[in-house]
Design a protein around this ligand. Structure first.
Ligand code: HAX
Length: 438
């Protein structure tokens, strides 16, 4: 299993000389100007982070190490040719920068299977929470409780040289990722199946095992979860879950602390919780209209009503994208390929026809197109994973792949503690040449 770590070391070492040169000799190169609007609109568009794993283009969507999602569906190893790529392969690509061979992917699967044992105290911590506390609360608390096991933390306390931090971080990252399916499935079975838990099957792949432990052993659900885990894995470094993980990690917090920070960020309704909000919003709409096959004009009226109420239409808009999210399109194509006439999916497609012009007509929403969350719930629901308040946990399991890979890079590159500058309103007014009335 060490060979994945060794490959990472070889590849990442090649970048180190360039990074050191940049910092030493080119640190004064100007990258652009920062406007008041950029700062006050949530630091949009300011190049402020170094993230290797993926890059988001506003007009094209996500690329992982240069590969678009359809390219990855074609190129990443699968268990069977008709299936979807294994998320293990995407993790390899993000870490090493090359499309893996099937053997590499199987090696990661095996590595994670050997690390997947979850200590009893983690289940005890979950069981101590009220059963009806939000699944993301249970998930984040469980992750935090594993900080006890951090080998990075122990090594740091023992005074290890900083050039070896990444090695211990890698170990924590691999163990954390390996344990997540068991933890997520445990929470799922605890809440929705009376605590009737299902043991892991070490012969299954990471996403297949998640499906298995949740109680879904069909090829269809395993295929869907493999796709789901690939498309939600990373969205460059500035989104809330990735940035929070990176920020907390920059204080040399261990991987469990950093990822917990990312997960509590993901739990917000403008980020990962939007996947549940989409389902809630659609159910509310269907209930109020009184049909499960709404017409385009009924949907249009409901969208208008939502906007008048000063609420957001969940699943639409994006802080960076200015097109239909390719993660939406990939799911739509998956549905076209495998699913015939599902009423909820028909409604999601109808919303896609109707919503963009209405959102655009407001004149203020910068991106009227759907994001990943507009489709994901309908697919899960179709295959029997109907408990929408669990959906953000599934997103969280997937997101570990990108943010944890990035954390290894952060420690390898020795990126310093993050500490942007903040200013008072007074300062901004002065910069804008505004004098306050006495
Ligand atoms: N419905 C209604 N209003 C919307 C909107 C939507 N879908 N999207 C943006 N707006 C509003 C904003 O609230 C903002 O209003 P105010 O000026 O009154 O504050 C205005 O339009 C301008 O916003 P923006 O610049 O276009 O968008 P932001 O970068 O500020 O926000 C969001 C991006 C994704 C948060 C936003 O589009 C939104 O709230 N969408 C709905 C929630 C959602 O789907 N979130 C998931 C995003 C993808 C993701 O991270 N998945 O995990």
């Amino acid at each position: 299993m060490e060979y994945i770590k060794n490959r990472f070391y070889e590849k990442a070492m090649k970048n180190m000389a360039d990074l050191q040169k940049l910092r030493k000799e080119h640190g004064d190169v100007v990258l652009g100007q920062v406007t008041i609007d950029q700062v006050l609109s949530g630091m949009k568009g300011i190049p402020a982070l170094l993230t290797e794993t993926s890059k988001l283009d506003a007009n094209e969507g996500i690329r992982f190490r240069g590969f678009s999602l359809p390219e990855l569906q074609d190129k990443l190893p699968k268990l069977d040719e008709a299936g979807e790529p294994l998320p293990e392969g995407l993790f390899y690509l993000m870490m090493i920068g090359e499309i893996p061979e099937k053997e590499d992917v199987i090696n990661i699967s095996k590595d994670w299977a050997t690390r997947a044992h979850v200590p009893q105290h983690v289940f005890d911590v979950i069981d101590a929470l009220p059963k009806n506390s939000r699944p993301m609360t249970q998930f984040s608390t469980a992750i935090l409780s594993m900080a006890y096991d951090s080998v990075f933390q122990k090594a740091y306390r023992a005074g290890v040289n900083k050039k070896f931090y990444w090695d211990f971080m890698y170990e924590d990252v691999m163990t954390l990722i390996a344990r997540l399916p068991r933890i997520a499935a445990y929470i799922y079975r605890r809440i929705y199946h009376n605590g009737n838990h299902i043991e892991p099957n070490p012969n299954l792949d990471w996403a297949g095992n998640l499906a298995h432990m949740m109680g879904f052993d069909s090829t269809e659900v395993k295929r869907l979860l493999r796709l789901y885990m690939v498309i939600h894995a990373d969205h460059e470094g500035g989104n809330v879950s990735a940035h929070a993980t990176h920020l907390v990690g920059s204080a040399l917090s261990n991987a469990y602390y950093a990822y917990t920070a990312g997960m509590v960020g993901l739990a917000g309704p403008l980020h990962g919780f939007a996947n549940q909000e989409v389902m809630d919003w659609i159910s509310e709409m269907l209930e109020q209209i009184g049909t499960d096959e709404p017409s385009d004009s009924q949907i249009a009226a409901y969208i208008e009503k939502t906007l008048v109420q000063g609420r957001v239409v969940p699943g639409y808009g994006h802080a960076v994208l200015r097109i239909t999210d390719p993660r939406f399109t990939v799911q739509q194509k998956f549905a076209e390929k495998y699913i015939v006439n599902d009423k909820l999916i028909n409604t999601v497609n109808a919303i896609y026809r109707v919503a963009p012009p209405i959102l655009e007509a407001t004149g203020k929403i910068k991106n009227p197109w759907p994001n990943v969350d507009a489709f994901s719930g309908a697919l899960l629901n179709h295959y029997g994973i109907t408990e929408s308040n669990f959906y953000t946990v599934l997103f969280g399991v997937s997101r570990s792949l990108g943010v944890m890979a990035s954390l290894v890079f952060d420690r390898f590159y020795g990126l310093p503690i993050e500490r942007p500058n903040s200013q008072t309103l007074e300062w901004f007014l002065e910069k804008a040449g505004i004098t306050r009335e006495e």
